[in-house]
Design a protein around this ligand. Structure first.
Ligand code: SF4
Length: 347
Protein backbone atom coordinates (compact mmCIF):
# COMPACT_ATOMS: atom_id res chain seq x y z
CA UNK A 1 0.00 0.00 0.00
CA UNK A 2 2.86 2.41 0.68
CA UNK A 3 4.98 2.54 -2.44
CA UNK A 4 6.57 5.96 -2.04
CA UNK A 5 7.26 8.30 0.81
CA UNK A 6 7.66 12.04 1.10
CA UNK A 7 9.26 13.10 4.35
CA UNK A 8 8.79 16.72 5.37
CA UNK A 9 11.30 17.54 8.08
CA UNK A 10 10.71 20.67 10.14
CA UNK A 11 14.31 21.77 10.15
CA UNK A 12 14.63 25.51 9.52
CA UNK A 13 13.13 28.95 9.93
CA UNK A 14 12.15 30.92 6.84
CA UNK A 15 13.22 34.38 5.80
CA UNK A 16 9.71 35.08 4.48
CA UNK A 17 6.23 34.91 5.93
CA UNK A 18 4.18 34.35 2.78
CA UNK A 19 0.46 34.87 3.08
CA UNK A 20 -0.48 31.54 1.52
CA UNK A 21 2.12 29.29 3.17
CA UNK A 22 0.64 25.86 3.96
CA UNK A 23 3.73 25.12 6.04
CA UNK A 24 3.28 28.39 7.97
CA UNK A 25 6.93 29.25 7.32
CA UNK A 26 8.29 31.93 9.61
CA UNK A 27 11.53 33.54 10.84
CA UNK A 28 10.40 32.52 14.35
CA UNK A 29 11.06 28.83 13.80
CA UNK A 30 14.31 27.30 15.01
CA UNK A 31 16.94 25.38 13.08
CA UNK A 32 17.32 21.69 13.82
CA UNK A 33 20.97 20.87 14.59
CA UNK A 34 22.95 19.29 11.76
CA UNK A 35 23.39 15.99 13.61
CA UNK A 36 19.61 15.65 14.11
CA UNK A 37 18.87 16.35 10.46
CA UNK A 38 21.47 13.78 9.43
CA UNK A 39 20.11 11.19 11.82
CA UNK A 40 16.58 11.70 10.44
CA UNK A 41 17.97 11.19 6.93
CA UNK A 42 19.64 8.00 8.14
CA UNK A 43 16.22 6.79 9.35
CA UNK A 44 14.83 7.49 5.90
CA UNK A 45 17.70 5.63 4.24
CA UNK A 46 17.09 2.64 6.52
CA UNK A 47 13.44 2.59 5.37
CA UNK A 48 14.31 2.61 1.64
CA UNK A 49 14.03 -1.20 1.26
CA UNK A 50 10.32 -0.85 2.15
CA UNK A 51 9.69 1.76 -0.54
CA UNK A 52 9.81 2.17 -4.28
CA UNK A 53 10.81 5.80 -3.92
CA UNK A 54 11.45 8.40 -1.25
CA UNK A 55 11.87 12.15 -1.23
CA UNK A 56 12.52 14.57 1.58
CA UNK A 57 12.06 18.28 2.09
CA UNK A 58 13.54 20.51 4.75
CA UNK A 59 10.87 22.96 5.93
CA UNK A 60 10.70 25.93 6.02
CA UNK A 61 13.48 27.42 3.83
CA UNK A 62 16.57 25.19 3.64
CA UNK A 63 19.02 27.33 1.67
CA UNK A 64 19.84 29.68 4.55
CA UNK A 65 21.30 26.87 6.64
CA UNK A 66 25.09 27.19 6.79
CA UNK A 67 25.16 23.40 6.35
CA UNK A 68 22.69 23.39 3.43
CA UNK A 69 25.07 21.92 0.87
CA UNK A 70 26.66 19.58 3.41
CA UNK A 71 23.24 18.09 4.21
CA UNK A 72 22.46 17.48 0.55
CA UNK A 73 25.88 15.91 0.07
CA UNK A 74 25.11 13.68 3.04
CA UNK A 75 21.69 12.78 1.60
CA UNK A 76 23.28 11.95 -1.75
CA UNK A 77 25.72 9.63 0.03
CA UNK A 78 22.76 7.84 1.62
CA UNK A 79 21.11 7.34 -1.79
CA UNK A 80 18.28 9.75 -1.03
CA UNK A 81 18.48 12.01 -4.08
CA UNK A 82 16.45 10.35 -6.82
CA UNK A 83 16.11 11.34 -10.47
CA UNK A 84 13.38 13.88 -9.68
CA UNK A 85 14.75 15.33 -6.45
CA UNK A 86 14.35 19.05 -6.10
CA UNK A 87 14.47 21.86 -3.58
CA UNK A 88 11.61 24.35 -3.46
CA UNK A 89 13.18 27.63 -2.41
CA UNK A 90 12.58 31.34 -2.11
CA UNK A 91 16.19 31.79 -3.25
CA UNK A 92 17.30 33.80 -0.22
CA UNK A 93 20.22 31.54 0.71
CA UNK A 94 21.40 31.20 -2.87
CA UNK A 95 21.20 34.84 -3.91
CA UNK A 96 24.84 35.44 -2.99
CA UNK A 97 26.15 31.88 -3.40
CA UNK A 98 29.59 31.55 -4.96
CA UNK A 99 30.67 29.24 -7.74
CA UNK A 100 31.91 26.65 -5.25
CA UNK A 101 28.46 26.33 -3.64
CA UNK A 102 26.82 25.84 -7.02
CA UNK A 103 29.47 23.31 -8.03
CA UNK A 104 29.04 21.26 -4.85
CA UNK A 105 25.27 21.37 -5.15
CA UNK A 106 25.44 20.17 -8.72
CA UNK A 107 27.70 17.29 -7.68
CA UNK A 108 25.02 15.99 -5.28
CA UNK A 109 22.81 14.98 -8.20
CA UNK A 110 19.96 17.26 -7.12
CA UNK A 111 17.80 17.40 -10.26
CA UNK A 112 16.53 21.00 -10.07
CA UNK A 113 15.55 23.99 -7.97
CA UNK A 114 12.02 25.36 -7.88
CA UNK A 115 11.83 29.13 -7.42
CA UNK A 116 8.52 30.63 -6.35
CA UNK A 117 7.12 33.97 -7.55
CA UNK A 118 4.17 35.96 -6.26
CA UNK A 119 4.19 38.68 -8.87
CA UNK A 120 6.92 41.09 -9.91
CA UNK A 121 8.95 43.47 -7.69
CA UNK A 122 7.11 45.01 -4.74
CA UNK A 123 4.05 42.85 -5.35
CA UNK A 124 6.19 39.79 -4.64
CA UNK A 125 7.73 41.44 -1.56
CA UNK A 126 4.36 42.40 -0.11
CA UNK A 127 3.00 38.88 -0.45
CA UNK A 128 6.21 37.31 0.89
CA UNK A 129 6.24 39.73 3.84
CA UNK A 130 9.83 40.86 3.27
CA UNK A 131 11.42 43.73 1.41
CA UNK A 132 14.16 42.34 -0.82
CA UNK A 133 12.52 38.93 -1.27
CA UNK A 134 12.06 39.51 -5.00
CA UNK A 135 15.64 40.72 -5.51
CA UNK A 136 16.83 37.56 -3.75
CA UNK A 137 14.89 35.17 -5.94
CA UNK A 138 16.00 37.01 -9.10
CA UNK A 139 19.65 36.89 -7.95
CA UNK A 140 19.32 33.17 -7.20
CA UNK A 141 17.84 32.57 -10.68
CA UNK A 142 20.79 34.40 -12.22
CA UNK A 143 23.21 32.32 -10.14
CA UNK A 144 21.50 29.11 -11.23
CA UNK A 145 21.64 30.12 -14.88
CA UNK A 146 25.32 31.08 -14.62
CA UNK A 147 26.08 27.72 -13.02
CA UNK A 148 23.92 25.87 -15.56
CA UNK A 149 21.74 24.55 -12.74
CA UNK A 150 18.23 23.55 -13.91
CA UNK A 151 15.31 25.42 -12.39
CA UNK A 152 11.53 25.60 -12.58
CA UNK A 153 9.44 28.71 -11.92
CA UNK A 154 6.31 28.36 -9.80
CA UNK A 155 3.97 31.35 -9.99
CA UNK A 156 1.44 31.45 -7.17
CA UNK A 157 -1.98 32.79 -7.97
CA UNK A 158 -2.63 35.50 -5.38
CA UNK A 159 -5.91 37.07 -4.34
CA UNK A 160 -6.57 39.94 -6.71
CA UNK A 161 -4.33 38.85 -9.57
CA UNK A 162 -6.51 36.33 -11.37
CA UNK A 163 -6.33 38.52 -14.47
CA UNK A 164 -2.60 39.10 -14.13
CA UNK A 165 -1.10 35.68 -13.48
CA UNK A 166 -0.21 35.11 -17.13
CA UNK A 167 1.83 38.33 -17.06
CA UNK A 168 3.92 37.02 -14.17
CA UNK A 169 4.39 33.67 -15.89
CA UNK A 170 5.63 35.48 -19.02
CA UNK A 171 7.97 37.62 -16.92
CA UNK A 172 9.51 34.53 -15.28
CA UNK A 173 9.84 32.76 -18.62
CA UNK A 174 11.95 35.65 -19.90
CA UNK A 175 13.95 36.09 -16.70
CA UNK A 176 16.46 33.39 -17.55
CA UNK A 177 16.46 29.85 -18.80
CA UNK A 178 13.80 27.95 -16.84
CA UNK A 179 13.02 24.38 -17.81
CA UNK A 180 9.39 25.02 -17.02
CA UNK A 181 7.13 27.72 -15.58
CA UNK A 182 3.64 27.09 -14.29
CA UNK A 183 1.13 28.65 -11.98
CA UNK A 184 -0.32 27.20 -8.83
CA UNK A 185 -3.36 27.94 -6.79
CA UNK A 186 -2.73 27.53 -3.11
CA UNK A 187 -3.85 24.88 -0.69
CA UNK A 188 -6.44 25.81 1.91
CA UNK A 189 -4.07 24.73 4.66
CA UNK A 190 -1.90 26.61 7.12
CA UNK A 191 -2.03 30.34 6.38
CA UNK A 192 -3.67 29.50 3.04
CA UNK A 193 -6.79 28.50 4.97
CA UNK A 194 -6.94 31.67 7.01
CA UNK A 195 -6.65 34.68 4.75
CA UNK A 196 -8.37 35.97 1.68
CA UNK A 197 -8.20 33.57 -1.27
CA UNK A 198 -8.08 34.15 -5.02
CA UNK A 199 -11.54 34.45 -6.54
CA UNK A 200 -13.03 33.88 -10.00
CA UNK A 201 -13.50 36.08 -13.05
CA UNK A 202 -9.90 35.93 -14.10
CA UNK A 203 -7.69 34.51 -16.77
CA UNK A 204 -6.44 31.74 -14.50
CA UNK A 205 -9.79 30.10 -14.04
CA UNK A 206 -10.64 30.54 -17.72
CA UNK A 207 -7.36 28.98 -18.83
CA UNK A 208 -7.80 26.17 -16.36
CA UNK A 209 -11.31 25.35 -17.48
CA UNK A 210 -10.32 25.57 -21.15
CA UNK A 211 -7.44 23.16 -20.66
CA UNK A 212 -9.64 20.68 -18.82
CA UNK A 213 -7.90 21.01 -15.47
CA UNK A 214 -10.10 21.29 -12.44
CA UNK A 215 -9.24 24.65 -10.97
CA UNK A 216 -12.43 26.56 -10.38
CA UNK A 217 -14.57 28.22 -7.77
CA UNK A 218 -16.05 26.16 -4.95
CA UNK A 219 -19.50 26.96 -6.39
CA UNK A 220 -18.61 25.49 -9.81
CA UNK A 221 -16.80 22.47 -8.39
CA UNK A 222 -19.72 21.66 -6.10
CA UNK A 223 -22.19 21.92 -8.99
CA UNK A 224 -19.99 19.77 -11.25
CA UNK A 225 -19.65 17.02 -8.65
CA UNK A 226 -23.34 16.95 -7.78
CA UNK A 227 -24.35 16.87 -11.46
CA UNK A 228 -22.04 14.01 -12.37
CA UNK A 229 -22.88 10.57 -11.00
CA UNK A 230 -19.41 9.21 -11.59
CA UNK A 231 -17.72 12.12 -9.81
CA UNK A 232 -20.26 11.98 -7.00
CA UNK A 233 -19.47 8.33 -6.30
CA UNK A 234 -15.72 8.86 -6.02
CA UNK A 235 -14.34 8.28 -2.57
CA UNK A 236 -12.14 10.58 -0.55
CA UNK A 237 -9.39 7.97 -0.39
CA UNK A 238 -8.82 8.47 -4.12
CA UNK A 239 -7.45 11.88 -3.17
CA UNK A 240 -5.02 10.72 -0.52
CA UNK A 241 -1.54 11.61 -1.74
CA UNK A 242 -0.22 8.65 -3.74
CA UNK A 243 2.99 8.75 -1.74
CA UNK A 244 2.70 8.53 2.01
CA UNK A 245 3.44 12.04 3.28
CA UNK A 246 4.95 12.13 6.74
CA UNK A 247 6.02 15.14 8.71
CA UNK A 248 8.76 15.14 11.35
CA UNK A 249 8.24 18.03 13.73
CA UNK A 250 10.94 19.95 15.58
CA UNK A 251 10.83 17.45 18.46
CA UNK A 252 11.03 14.33 16.26
CA UNK A 253 7.32 13.46 16.41
CA UNK A 254 6.19 11.87 13.14
CA UNK A 255 2.66 12.30 11.84
CA UNK A 256 0.95 11.10 8.69
CA UNK A 257 -1.55 12.78 6.40
CA UNK A 258 0.94 15.59 6.51
CA UNK A 259 0.47 19.08 5.14
CA UNK A 260 1.10 18.72 1.47
CA UNK A 261 -0.25 20.73 -1.38
CA UNK A 262 -1.83 17.68 -2.95
CA UNK A 263 -4.24 17.21 -0.10
CA UNK A 264 -2.71 16.18 3.21
CA UNK A 265 -5.51 15.80 5.72
CA UNK A 266 -3.53 16.52 8.85
CA UNK A 267 -2.58 19.87 7.36
CA UNK A 268 -6.26 20.68 7.02
CA UNK A 269 -7.07 19.83 10.65
CA UNK A 270 -3.90 20.70 12.56
CA UNK A 271 -5.82 20.70 15.86
CA UNK A 272 -6.32 16.92 15.40
CA UNK A 273 -2.65 16.29 14.71
CA UNK A 274 -2.18 13.88 17.63
CA UNK A 275 -4.67 11.52 15.95
CA UNK A 276 -2.29 11.28 12.99
CA UNK A 277 0.81 10.57 15.09
CA UNK A 278 2.89 7.49 14.29
CA UNK A 279 5.41 7.92 17.12
CA UNK A 280 8.62 9.73 17.97
CA UNK A 281 12.00 9.13 16.35
CA UNK A 282 14.33 7.81 19.01
CA UNK A 283 11.50 5.74 20.54
CA UNK A 284 10.67 3.99 17.30
CA UNK A 285 12.28 3.70 13.87
CA UNK A 286 10.78 5.30 10.81
CA UNK A 287 10.67 1.86 9.16
CA UNK A 288 8.54 0.50 12.05
CA UNK A 289 6.18 3.47 11.72
CA UNK A 290 5.72 2.77 8.01
CA UNK A 291 4.98 -0.90 8.77
CA UNK A 292 2.43 0.11 11.42
CA UNK A 293 0.78 2.50 8.98
CA UNK A 294 0.55 -0.32 6.45
CA UNK A 295 -1.18 -2.55 8.99
CA UNK A 296 -3.58 -0.02 10.40
CA UNK A 297 -4.50 3.42 9.10
CA UNK A 298 -4.88 6.11 11.76
CA UNK A 299 -8.50 6.69 12.81
CA UNK A 300 -9.26 9.96 10.94
CA UNK A 301 -7.97 8.52 7.67
CA UNK A 302 -10.12 5.40 8.14
CA UNK A 303 -13.12 7.53 9.05
CA UNK A 304 -13.05 9.67 5.96
CA UNK A 305 -11.68 7.19 3.38
CA UNK A 306 -15.00 5.76 2.20
CA UNK A 307 -17.01 8.97 2.23
CA UNK A 308 -17.94 10.08 -1.30
CA UNK A 309 -17.28 13.45 -2.93
CA UNK A 310 -21.03 13.75 -3.53
CA UNK A 311 -21.82 13.32 0.17
CA UNK A 312 -19.28 15.96 1.10
CA UNK A 313 -20.38 18.37 -1.64
CA UNK A 314 -24.02 18.11 -0.60
CA UNK A 315 -23.31 18.51 3.09
CA UNK A 316 -20.40 20.94 3.23
CA UNK A 317 -20.15 22.62 -0.19
CA UNK A 318 -20.85 26.35 -0.21
CA UNK A 319 -23.10 27.07 -3.24
CA UNK A 320 -22.22 30.78 -3.21
CA UNK A 321 -18.44 30.66 -2.70
CA UNK A 322 -16.45 32.09 -5.62
CA UNK A 323 -13.02 31.38 -4.10
CA UNK A 324 -10.77 29.31 -6.38
CA UNK A 325 -9.66 25.79 -5.46
CA UNK A 326 -8.13 22.76 -7.07
CA UNK A 327 -10.83 20.08 -6.97
CA UNK A 328 -8.74 17.84 -4.72
CA UNK A 329 -8.07 20.73 -2.37
CA UNK A 330 -11.69 21.73 -1.90
CA UNK A 331 -12.66 18.11 -1.17
CA UNK A 332 -9.80 17.44 1.25
CA UNK A 333 -8.84 20.76 2.80
CA UNK A 334 -12.34 22.17 3.14
CA UNK A 335 -15.08 19.57 2.99
CA UNK A 336 -13.27 16.57 4.53
CA UNK A 337 -11.85 18.98 7.10
CA UNK A 338 -15.37 20.00 8.12
CA UNK A 339 -16.44 16.34 8.22
CA UNK A 340 -13.56 15.47 10.57
CA UNK A 341 -14.13 18.51 12.76
CA UNK A 342 -17.75 17.54 13.17
CA UNK A 343 -16.83 13.95 13.93
CA UNK A 344 -13.97 14.52 16.34
CA UNK A 345 -14.93 17.91 17.74
CA UNK A 346 -12.57 20.54 19.06
CA UNK A 347 -9.50 19.22 20.84
S1 SF4 B 1 5.99 29.64 1.12
FE1 SF4 B 1 8.17 29.13 1.30
S2 SF4 B 1 9.17 31.13 1.37
FE2 SF4 B 1 7.03 31.50 1.83
S3 SF4 B 1 6.88 31.45 4.11
FE3 SF4 B 1 6.42 29.37 3.31
S4 SF4 B 1 8.38 28.28 3.41
FE4 SF4 B 1 8.83 30.50 3.49
Amino acid sequence: MVSALVLNIRANPCTNRCRHCWAEGSPDHTAKPTAEVKSTLEELAAALPLLEAADFFLLDEPTNRPDFVEIFEYAAGLGLLGPNSFVATNGSGLARAGADTWRRLQATGLRYLQFTFYGVGETHDRFAGRRGAFDDVVAAVRGADEAGFPWYGAVILRPGDAGDVRGTVEYVEKLGAPEKVGYFGYAAQGRGAKGRRPTTEGEAEKASLESGTTFASERRLREAILADGELSQRRVEELFCPPLVLEVDAGGEVSCGGACDSGGLAGAVPELKTLFSLGRLGDKTLAAMIEDYRQDLPAPLRAVAGVTWGQLAAQYGDPANEDLFWAADVVISKWARDYLRERYGPR
